[in-house]
Design a protein around this ligand. Sequence first.
Ligand SMILES: C[S@@+](CC[C@H](N)C(=O)[O-])C[C@H]1O[C@@H](n2cnc3c(N)ncnc32)[C@H](O)[C@@H]1O
Length: 284
Amino acid sequence: MNVIEVKNIACPIDGEKLVSSGKQLNCSNGHSFDIARQGYVNLLPVQHKRSKQPGDSKAMVLARSEFLDSGIYEPISETLNALVLSQMREEKDHCILDAGCGEGYYLDSLCHFLKMQDCDRNVSFIGLDISKDAIIQSSRRNKQICWLVGTNRQPPVVTESIDIILCLFGFVNREAFSKVLKPGGLLILVDPGAEHLKELREIIYPEVNKTEAQETIAEKSGFTMLKKEVLTYRTMIDSNELIKHLLLMTPHFYRASKEGRLRAEALSKLDITVSVLFRVLQKS
Ligand SMILES: C[S@@+](CC[C@H](N)C(=O)[O-])C[C@H]1O[C@@H](n2cnc3c(N)ncnc32)[C@H](O)[C@@H]1O
């Protein structure tokens, strides 16, 4: 497959298509946005921000990068890559949006994987995250991907221009996703299953709740469920640093008590269960 340039970025203020002119993107109403030195574009105007530095902090982003680069979650990435390839439609041109892409690990891996496939399709890739630190880190991973700071509440892309939206461990906004997906376009959700990281949760919480991925999106929202699959495996983390990174990149870091966190941070190794639910939904 060939990686092609993204042509469907939209102005976050009025939704008009943005066109590149040198170091800026401009819309026909005169709004302009600088292309940063690292190659990303900040399309999150102050009026769309709910806090000064929204999204994951630099420390969380760096922890997630270190953890993901260790390869412990590589089977998740491989399963996602195969799933995306199996679900791509016949059309020659595809645009894939990773909504809440974090520091870019999964989209970068997908881009490399699809490039290796021997077929004549053209694919463009957009990584979107509300955290500027996450997008700066993403820009270091892959220069062929268009990295945008922006919000899932209003993805800055042209209406009905996306073939596949990926949302991994992220915040789903079904109305906004439906608006930017082409008719028949796909939403691929990746969420923690009930057993995911249960060993870590047993250490940090006095009582462990079963976490279930929410089923609501398909039933209520103009999407049809096409496929569900669960990936489960056990693995060992044998480094104190990686255990700390794992804790910091999950919501458990903020939910756990100080004592719970300290118990996990003292470990030098930990057996974990990774259990992840993949769902493919189609815009009806
Ligand atoms: C749990 S992380 C998952 C990151 C990545 N998908 C992964 O699995 O490695 C959630 C990400 O969503 C981002 N985020 C939070 N609210 C968002 C929003 N409204 N729009 C876009 N991204 C958002 C955070 O900054 C963070 O990078």
